[in-house]
Ligand binder design. Structure first.
Ligand code: BDP
Length: 324
C-alpha cells in the first residue's frame, strides 16, 4: 500500500473530527465571587464532571458574572453560546412562564417545602418547560429566603410605601413592590451596591450570603426578615448540548450536578448562618417580623392579577399549594 499525501490528509482530518466530537468544553456562568457557597459548588460540579466523564466533558467556570448579567447569560445558555450556569429561577420566569411558579411571593412554606414541590409533579412541569425552552435544570440549589433591607426597619407592608426597592428582572417582583406602595426598580445585581450607596434606591431584597458577599451590608443598616420569596437556583444546561451527549455521559453529568447540589446545600446551611452572624457583627440590625400575615395579604392582588393574565398557571399554583 502506498501512503499518499491525500491519505495522510484524510487520516488527520478524521482524527481531528474524532477528537472534537468526543471532547467537549463547556463554559459555565456563575454570578458569585469567592466566599459564596455557590462558587465552591460550581467548582465542585466542574471537578465532578471532569472525573465522571473521564474528561469527555470539561467545565470551565467563570465566576463573578464576568460572562454577563444574569438575563444576558440566560439568553446565551438558551441559544447555546454559553453551555451551563448556576441560575436563579427568578429571572427565568420572563423566558419560561412555568418557572414563575417560584416567583409568587409566599408560595412556599419553607425551603424543605420548596424542594418537595420541585421534586414532585409541579416540579416536573416546571423542569419540562425549562428544558423545552433550552435551559434544562439538572439539579437545584438552596437559596434560602429573600428579605428586605434598607436604612429603616420594615415591619409591615406600609413601611415599604414610598421606598424605591431594587428587584430582580421579573414583572412579578415589580407587582410585589407596587402592591405595598413601593417603587420597584429592576436592576442588575452588579449595580445594586452602588445604587444603595448613592441613594438611587432606598433598599433591596436578598438572602444573607448575597447581602454579605457583595457588600450590600456595608451601605445599609437594617435587614428585616420578611422572607417573602423562597426561590430555588439551578445548575441549568443548554438542552441541545446535553441531549447531544451519549446516555452514559448524560447520566454522569446529571449525577455530578446532583452531587454538587447536595454539597451546595450543606455549604449553604453553614454559610447562611455565618453570613447572618458576620453582618450582625458588622452592625446590621436584623429585625424579626412578628406577623408576616399583612405581607401575605398584600400579595392577594399580585396573585389575582397574575392568574387573570395567566389562567393556565392556575393548576400549577394549586398543585404547589396542595403539596404537603
Ligand atoms: C442572589 C442570586 C443571584 C441573583 C441575585 C440578585 O444567587 O442569582 O442574581 O441574588 O439579586 O441571591 O440579582
Amino acid at each position: 500500500m502506498t501512503f499518499t499525501k491525500s491519505f495522510f490528509a484524510t487520516a488527520a482530518a478524521v482524527a481531528f473530527v474524532a477528537t472534537s466530537a468526543s471532547a467537549d468544553t463547556w463554559r459555565a456562568w456563575n454570578i458569585h465571587n469567592d466566599g459564596h457557597p455557590n462558587t465552591a459548588a460550581m467548582d465542585k460540579f466542574a471537578e465532578l464532571v471532569g472525573t465522571a466523564t473521564g474528561g469527555e466533558v470539561t467545565v470551565d467556570v467563570f465566576h463573578g458574572g464576568v460572562l454577563g448579567s444574569q438575563p444576558d447569560a440566560l439568553e446565551q445558555v438558551r441559544i447555546g453560546a454559553i453551555e451551563v450556569g448556576n441560575f436563579n429561577l427568578g429571572p427565568i420566569g420572563p423566558m419560561v412562564n412555568e418557572a414563575n411558579l417560584v416567583s409568587l411571593p409566599f408560595i412556599f412554606k419553607s425551603v424543605p417545602h420548596m424542594f418537595r414541590v420541585l421534586d414532585g409533579e409541579a416540579g416536573d412541569v416546571v423542569a419540562a418547560a425549562m428544558g423545552e425552552a433550552g435551559v434544562l435544570p439538572l439539579a437545584y440549589f438552596d437559596a434560602g429566603a429573600r428579605s428586605f433591607y434598607s436604612q429603616k426597619p420594615i415591619n409591615t407592608p406600609a413601611d415599604v410605601e414610598g421606598l424605591k426597592i431594587r428587584v430582580m428582572n421579573n414583572d412579578l417582583y415589580t407587582s410585589m413592590i407596587s402592591a405595598m406602595g413601593g417603587n420597584p426598580s429592576p436592576m442588575a445585581f452588579s449595580e445594586v451596591q452602588q445604587a444603595l450607596k448613592t441613594g438611587v434606591v432606598d433598599g433591596a431584597e436578598n438572602n444573607f450570603p448575597s447581602f454579605k458577599n457583595v457588600g450590600h451590608f456595608e451601605v445599609t443598616t437594617n435587614y428585616s426578615l420578611s422572607e417573602h420569596l423562597i426561590i430555588p437556583e439551578c445548575i441549568c444546561v443548554n438542552t441541545a448540548k446535553f441531549n447531544a451527549l451519549s446516555p452514559e455521559m448524560q447520566t454522569a453529568v446529571r449525577d455530578a450536578a446532583k452531587e454538587a447540589a447536595l454539597y451546595q446545600r450543606e455549604l449553604w446551611a453553614v454559610g447562611s448562618e455565618q453570613a447572618r452572624k458576620d453582618v450582625e457583627a458588622a452592625g446590621i440590625v436584623v429585625n424579626e417580623i412578628a406577623d408576616k400575615g399583612p405581607f401575605q395579604s398584600a400579595m392577594d392582588t399580585v396573585y389575582a392579577d397574575y392568574l387573570a393574565a395567566n389562567p393556565d398557571m392556575k393548576a400549577l399554583v394549586e398543585m404547589a399549594q396542595a403539596t404537603e
